[in-house]
Design a protein around this ligand. Structure first.
Ligand SMILES: [Zn+2]
Length: 399
């Protein structure tokens, strides 16, 4: 097929698939698996959620050590409730020098490029394994990446675990070797309801939650004041410390009723050189030390219940790898830095794989309405992937 036809065709099929994280991803990955199998890859789908979700693992090359993983996620963030769209989110639109559609930047553009590169690869020339790893549920806590990292040795069979991974998240072709993790927990304040005219006979859970919010806000101040290493300061100059976010809050029934319950969610982004659960433990200790009282009922106590944490770990990969020197050379980049978001790389790093993040998508376009991608960066991708694969594991474009 001529030049960019396959690239546009594949990417437009990917954009058309509704792979919003809370929907299904399996059909899109089955289609990618069929293509990769046709190109000569050994493919496996790792399924969960009654088969509606999947990761795709496609392997080619000899059973040698030091292979390369090229990875991306197929799920996208929601668009139905996002204001600002002037185009059809699930239709790839080419206008001027940009491509539009949900996922063009984050990160179906890169997946389309991977497929187009795979189509052109001469697999017989691979000297070490090449693994395409396409995941689901990245946008809701890197859940697919966690599953893939845990089971990868078994899925690869006789192929030794690769030590290097390239994740094509949107970086405008900058190279990142580090990012913070993301973790979080829920807090439920429990009180005792009643008529608002008799506050001393109840415990207002919203008041208890307010004390908890203040305690967690003070923890944020401490984390900022404690400072961090020079490395973390250079990687995350805007906030070289763990940051906290209150995501949602709900509670109470009416303005003349004592609120019986109030729940809120907290997420935080731990530095990759620290124990990622340290902030959780400190938050729990701060809430346990708090008197869960309502100002209106000083003699009575409510209760604060903290959920177990979820965690997607941060990334702090080794510098100076073979993949780094090849990417620097191909991209004309001289330095690696810290990404402003979390990726599957934290889980892959936990499985002993050094990850670099670099892709064609525009950093400021991810998760935006009318998400778009620069056409030149898009069309340059397959050749770039072919050259990097050639130089790292030894296969180039076929004849
Ligand atoms: Zn992404």
């Amino acid at each position: 097929m001529a030049n960019t036809d396959y690239l546009y065709d594949m990417t437009s099929q990917l954009i058309a698939a509704d792979t919003v994280s809370h929907h299904t991803s399996a059909p899109a990955l089955e289609s990618l698996a069929n293509h990769l199998q046709g190109f000569g890859f050994e493919v496996q789908l790792q399924r969960w959620a009654e088969g509606s979700k999947a990761n795709l693992i496609a392997v080619a090359g000899p059973e040698e050590p030091d292979g390369l993983v090229v990875s991306g996620h197929v799920d996208i963030v929601p668009f139905e409730t996002q204001p600002g769209w002037t185009r059809e989110p699930l239709r790839l639109a080419v206008e001027g020098d940009r491509l539009y559609g949900r996922g063009t930047t984050d990160m179906k553009g890169f997946l389309g490029q991977c497929l187009d590169a795979a189509r052109q690869l001469d697999l017989d020339r691979l000297r070490r394994p090449l693994v395409f790893l396409f995941t689901s549920d990245e946008e809701i806590g890197c859940l697919g990446g966690e599953r893939a990292a845990r089971e990868l040795p078994g899925l690869l069979g006789a192929v030794p675990m690769p030590r290097l991974a390239w994740i094509g998240e949107p970086t405008s072709w900058q190279v990142f070797h580090a990012h913070k993790g993301i973790a979080g927990f829920d807090v439920e304040a429990r009180g005792e309801g009643g008529h608002s005219s008799r506050p001393e006979q109840g415990v207002n859970a919203i008041a208890v939650a307010a004390r908890a919010l203040v305690a967690l806000g003070e923890l944020q101040e401490q984390l900022r004041d404690e400072g961090s290493s020079a490395e973390m300061t250079s990687l995350f100059p805007g906030a070289p410390y763990a940051t906290l976010n209150f995501g949602t809050i709900e509670g109470g029934s009416a303005s003349n009723m004592i609120a019986e319950a109030c729940r809120f969610t907290v997420s935080y982004r731990p530095l990759p050189d620290r124990d990622p659960l340290e902030v959780y433990e400190r938050a729990r200790a701060a809430l346990a030390a708090l008197e869960p009282r309502d100002w209106g009922a000083p003699a009575r106590r409510g209760e604060l219940v903290v959920s177990p944490p979820f965690l997607a770990p941060g990334l702090l990969s080794a510098r100076g790898t073979a993949l780094e020197s090849v990417l620097f050379d191909e991209l004309g980049v001289a330095e690696a830095g810290g990404a402003p978001y979390c990726t599957d790389g934290g889980h892959l790093a936990g499985a002993g794989i050094d990850c670099l993040i670099s892709g064609p998508g525009d950093l400021d376009q991810a998760h935006q309405p009318d998400e778009s991608l620069d056409r030149a960066a898009f069309e340059a991708g397959p050749d770039r992937i072919l050259r990097v694969v050639e130089r790292v594991v030894g296969a180039g474009a076929g004849a």
